[in-house]
Design a protein around this ligand. Structure first.
Ligand SMILES: [Zn+2]
Length: 267
């Protein structure tokens, strides 16, 4: 009798313990979900995570709110001038195309160089914004490509290229066809040769700005190419289907100088 009672008691205690454990797990799980919602509003291009709130989403994003050299800006008030030429030594193909949710981005191995004066930068990645982020003399374009370059000691240079509606662009087509429909990456070989990104005219507008996505890091050496490329409406639509509109609004220029190079060189 005693042993049966003991067994029943033990069984009851065990059941209670399991029930308590289950309730604790449910409670903890609930708390975790609530905390996650409170702590991580992801940056985006509208709503609570939109550009006007980027600075408050994370301490790392302070520059998005208090930076004085933010991008994009309206490229205006310049004189076509004689800044030093830039040179592209691009030859390598892409490693991967990534759908990051807000941007379709192409990653490059080392070996694609941008030269500016004494400085040499390496091409790291290329992504598209639809519509354009920068404006030129107040004009917005349906698409802007950003070619992100870095130096070994951390300086960043971004080349911006504007596109208007016209013939389809073969490089953008390779980007679109290899972009995953959902968030993720596709490894690539033999496509998206960086050489095919180069404009014929190497004239540019240049100014000191920032990255246009959080953490809005300053400074970035911006080179916006004078030559305007073409993209088809179907290509713009395809990119917008993947990411939605992804342009940060214009930022105050705070009297920043815009240099230009109207020289024509290269192939
Ligand atoms: Zn960009």
């Amino acid at each position: 009798m005693n042993s049966r009672l003991t067994t029943r008691h033990l069984g009851g205690i065990l059941m209670l313990a399991l029930l308590t454990l289950a309730l604790t797990v449910v409670a903890c799980g609930g708390e975790e979900v609530v905390e996650e919602v409170e702590e991580t509003i992801e940056w985006s291009y509208s709503g609570a995570g939109g550009p006007e709130n980027w600075a408050s989403l994370s301490a790392d994003n302070a520059r998005c709110g208090d930076g004085t050299q933010q991008s994009p800006i309206d490229i205006t008030g310049y004189e076509l001038g004689s800044s030093p030429p830039i040179s592209f030594s691009y030859r390598r193909e892409a490693e991967a195309v990534t759908n990051g949710g807000h941007l379709i981005s192409v990653r490059y191995p080392t070996g694609n160089r941008l030269g500016f004066g004494e400085r040499t930068y390496q091409l790291e990645s290329v992504h598209a914004h639809t519509p354009s982020e920068h404006r030129i003399d107040g004009k917005s374009y349906p698409l802007e490509l950003h070619l992100i370059h870095s130096q070994t000691f951390g300086d960043v240079a971004v080349v911006g290229m504007m596109f208007e509606i016209g013939e389809a662009n073969p490089v953008l087509q390779e980007m679109i066809e290899n972009a995953p429909a959902e968030i993720g990456s596709t490894e690539t070989t033999g496509i998206l040769n960086a050489r095919n990104l180069m404009t014929k005219d190497l004239g540019y507008y240049s100014y000191k700005g920032s990255t246009t996505t959080p953490p809005c890091a300053e400074p970035v050496d911006w080179f916006i190419m004078l030559e305007i490329g073409t993209v088809s409406q179907a290509q713009v639509d395809a990119l917008q289907n993947l990411t939605g509109p992804n342009n940060r609004p214009l930022q105050p220029d705070n009297g920043r100088a815009i240099a230009t190079s109207g020289s024509r060189s290269g192939p």
